[in-house]
Write a protein of this length. Sequence first.
Length: 202
Amino acid sequence: MQVTVPKESLSQCCFLASSIVQEKIAQQVLRNVLIRADKIGNSGILTVLATDTDVSMLSTIQAEVTEPGSIMLEAQKFYEIIKELPNFPINLSVQSKSKLEILCGKSSFKINGAPGDEYPEISGIKLDHPHELERTTLINMIDSCLFSACTDETRFAISSLFLEIIEGPLGPNKPVLRAVATDGNRLSMLDRPVEHVFMDAP
């Protein structure tokens, strides 16, 4: 794998990944993050994936991919390095499948990892038909409904927030994002209009 990515974009992805991957996780493999580079036509994508089995994150960055590939790295160590690098493009190069060389400006690091195909498979994350939403809209919806969600973590089905895009009360071809939360006694539901979403997309 050999890829060049903007420092700020990679740092943001690593920060999110490190917030999911905690040091207290018993399974050693889940303390890692998967870094994968793919070439799609003339463009390239760098994917950062992390999970603790309850929460999973998949983030993609536009990148210059010279050679596709993947590697698994200790999430916290990788983030600590990336966040301290100068604000220049970062070159990531995998050597011998399990060692990553990081070049940025005059800085150079080599860290040990493991082959990317050893990272556990995560089901349920697909970006075939992504929907773009305003960050503030999503945060406000979560804040408005979350008080009704169950606080008992053993009742996972209702300790979460349900989100779906539907053709709502605004009329045909006017999709809304609906958020629903309940604890079995209270129920909150909130609709907000969304743009650039096509109802025939899954």
